[in-house]
Design a protein around this ligand. Structure first.
Ligand code: HEC
Length: 145
C-alpha cells in the first residue's frame, strides 16, 4: 500500500513537471535557449556588448560631408557638419528622432516621402544602403559614437 501511494505521488509529480515544462517553451531568450538570460543589446544584437552599433563619426558623418554639407554647411537651416549640429535640427525642428528611423524627418527627406524635395537636392539620391545605414544608426539610439 505504501508503495502504491508513492507511485501515485510519482505519477502526479511527473504530470505536474511536464505541464510546467510546456509553459517554459514560450520563455526563450533571444538565442533560443529556454529560460536563458541572453538579451538583445542596444545595437539590436543578441548577446551583444553594445559594440557593434553603427558608428556616427566613421560611417555617418562621412556621408553628410561628401553629399550634404555643400548646402547644409554654414549659416541658416539644417547644418550637417557635426553630430551636435545635426541634433539641433533645421527650420522644421528636429530631423532625428532617437530610436525611430522611419519616423525621422531626415529619413523621409532622403526617401522622398517628406514635404519638399528629396535629398540631396542636387545629385539625388543616396544609395539605399546608405539610407539604411543612417536609419539603423537612428534605430540604435542615434548615439554620438
Ligand atoms: C544642392 C543643395 C542641397 C544638398 C546637396 C542637400 N540639401 Fe537638404 N535641403 C536643401 C534645401 C534648399 C532644403 C530646404 C527645402 C526643402 O526642405 O526641400 C533642404 C532641406 C533639407 C532637410 C529638411 C530640413 C528642415 O528642417 O526642414 C533635410 C532633413 C535635408 N535637407 C537633408 C539633407 C541631407 C541628409 C543631404 C545629403 C544627403 C542633403 N540634404 C543635401 C538643399 C540641399
Amino acid at each position: 500500500m505504501r508503495l502504491f501511494k508513492l507511485s501515485l505521488l510519482g505519477i502526479f509529480l511527473i504530470a505536474f513537471w511536464s505541464c510546467s515544462d510546456l509553459g517554459d517553451e514560450v520563455n526563450e531568450d533571444c538565442s533560443g535557449i529556454q529560460n536563458g538570460n541572453t538579451t538583445v543589446d542596444e545595437c539590436d544584437e543578441c548577446g551583444g556588448d553594445n559594440s557593434t552599433c553603427v558608428n556616427y563619426s566613421t560611417e555617418i558623418q562621412p556621408i553628410f560631408t561628401n553629399k550634404c554639407t555643400t548646402c547644409h554647411g554654414s549659416s541658416g537651416g539644417l547644418n550637417l557638419t557635426s553630430y551636435s549640429a545635426l541634433m539641433n535640427g533645421g527650420t522644421s525642428g528636429n530631423v532625428v528622432i532617437s530610436n525611430n528611423g522611419p519616423g525621422s524627418y531626415i529619413i523621409k527627406k532622403l526617401r522622398g516621402t517628406g514635404s519638399g524635395g528629396q535629398m540631396p537636392a542636387s545629385g539625388c539620391c543616396l544609395e539605399d544602403s546608405e539610407i539604411q545605414l543612417i536609419e539603423t544608426w537612428i534605430n540604435e539610439g542615434a548615439q554620438d559614437n
